[in-house]
Write a protein that binds this ligand. Structure first.
Ligand SMILES: [Zn+2]
Length: 323
């Protein structure tokens, strides 16, 4: 899967930066049938073993555990049930691997509690595509993460992986309100704001994050965000102890990067015309490698010590999951 350019990029940019132990706090495993996902060069079923093999492209020899997140779409019959069953079955018997339970907002909270326990899972995954609000990209958090399920997460001590939406991300007043309300009302639930608070446009993090200080149960995963300033805003406003590395596998294995523009962001993918420039053709590298370099630049710019970098890559997650 890794190209010559990926291998060179890793040894030039990342080999001396990434610590010996890596916990991946945001990775997806899936079967094509229940996810609708199919990626070039990957099998139709990507379970724990396949994930462990592919992730070697990003940080060879370092993986020490992960939070594995199911993926499905509302149009796929029994998608959530099959996705949850798959993650449960894959992590079974692996002490350093944890799993989220994919909810639909109309799930009965007591049923969610029973299923999470029955399947041996550790967290909740919600996604805006399951919201009734259209377009779902503008949904308020409770539209896809109801308070009644957050209460269950609090009572059972679960994490919640939240990829918030709305055009201005964590600078949006509704998102800020619900994050604060959920964290303050349900202190034993641990809220993880995915993609460095979805700060693909870091200006939103610089504006919103100062309003989220003082919440002990609020965390962040870095997954797929390729903007150093997005991670830096978290480190500087909330502390590096709140930040956990995440690959967002299999998104990590597309080629390109997220790019902040105007008051928003775009995704540059391999197929876009931008790589063929006047000065030559640029070989795109894996999103996961671009992501890791952005995290390196954030740590360097914030003058983090080696031990603080080790916290982001392992210790913070180990503490959260009781490893
Ligand atoms: Zn993801």
């Amino acid at each position: 899967m890794a190209s010559d350019e990926d291998i060179e990029f890793f040894s030039r940019e990342l080999e001396s930066f990434i610590p010996d132990r890596v916990f991946d706090a945001h990775a997806h495993i899936y079967q094509r049938d229940h996810s609708g996902w199919s990626f070039e060069g990957m099998p139709e079923e990507v379970g724990l073993a396949e994930y462990q093999s592919f992730i070697e492209d990003l940080h060879p020899g370092r993986l020490a555990g992960a939070l594995l997140i199911p993926y499905t779409q509302p149009t796929i019959a029994d998608g959530t049930a099959r996705a949850n069953q798959f993650v449960s079955q894959q992590i079974g018997g692996h002490a350093s691997y944890f799993g989220d339970f994919f909810i639909s907002p109309d799930d009965d909270p007591e049923w969610v509690r029973q299923e999470v326990l029955r399947l041996g899972l550790h967290g909740i995954k919600c996604y805006h595509t399951f919201s009734e609000t259209k377009p779902t990209w503008e949904a308020d958090i409770p539209d896809y993460l109801p308070e009644s399920i957050v209460k269950v997460a609090h009572e059972e001590g679960l994490v919640i992986t939240l990829h918030m939406v709305k055009s201005r991300g964590v600078a949006d007043p509704s998102n800020l309100h619900w994050i604060r309300h959920y964290c303050q009302s349900y202190p034993d639930m641990k809220l993880i704001l995915a993609h460095s608070a979805r700060g693909f446009q870091p200006a939103h993090n610089l504006e919103g994050l100062p309003q989220l200080t003082g919440l002990d149960n609020l965390y962040f995963d870095t997954s797929a965000n390729c903007e150093p300033m997005a991670h830096q805003a978290i480190i500087r406003h909330l502390g590096h102890e709140k930040l956990m590395y995440g690959s967002d596998f299999p998104i990590s294995h597309l080629r390109g990067r997220s790019l902040a523009v105007a008051d928003s962001f775009v995704w540059l993918h391999e197929g876009n015309a931008v790589w063929d420039t006047a000065f030559g053709k640029i070989p795109a590298v894996l999103v996961g490698l671009e992501h890791l370099r952005s995290l390196k630049w954030a740590c360097w710019s914030e003058r983090l010590s080696d031990s603080a970098v080790e916290d982001i890559f392992y210790n913070n997650a180990a503490k959260l999951f009781g490893l």
